[in-house]
Design a binder for this molecule. Structure first.
Ligand code: TYD
Length: 137
């Protein structure tokens, strides 16, 4: 099940009086080859992002600044993850519906992705996604 595959991964923390540092290495911390990085920022209060699932793309989401919730669903299970530290990442496998909400002011959501941007890889209709997910089980 896709939601069962979602997990928080602890990232390395190099603490320093000059400011802390976290790094992410392919294969070491992210269980896929990173082909794309994008980030969400300037999210107005009360807005939500996501609202889709991917057929093959895997994602690793980090709150680089501030906080937000990620709600994941696969048609059977649902889980809410609260991301509020730059040293936690949330791994999301393919075929997982995700919604990002409750963004704090000034938050920055960094997403590492396993695939280049491909519109055909999206399910944007929840019922269509549930139908396809049901066939996979
Ligand atoms: P979308 O994936 O719906 O954003 P989110 O899931 O974060 O709410 O993408 C919004 C728009 O940005 C859409 O027109 C496609 C475009 N886009 C790209 O061109 N490249 C990308 O890598 C991503 C993630 C989106």
């Amino acid at each position: 099940m896709a939601v069962a595959g979602c997990r928080i991964i602890d990232l390395p923390r190099i603490t320093d009086p000059r400011g802390n540092l976290t790094f992410i290495e392919q294969s070491q911390h992210v269980p896929f080859e990173i082909r794309r990085v994008y980030y969400l920022y300037d999210v107005p209060g009360g807005e939500s992002r996501g609202g889709h699932a991917h057929k093959t793309n895997e994602a690793f989401i980090v709150s680089a600044s501030g906080s937000f919730d990620v709600v994941v669903r696969d048609g059977v299970d649902e889980r809410r993850f609260f991301l509020n530290r730059p040293y936690y990442g949330l791994y999301i496998p393919a075929m997982t519906w995700r919604e990002l909400e409750n963004f704090s002011s000034g938050s920055v959501c960094v997403v590492l992705a396993s695939q280049l941007y491909e519109p055909d890889d999206y399910y944007r209709d929840y019922d269509e996604f549930i139908g396809a997910a049901g066939h996979e089980q």
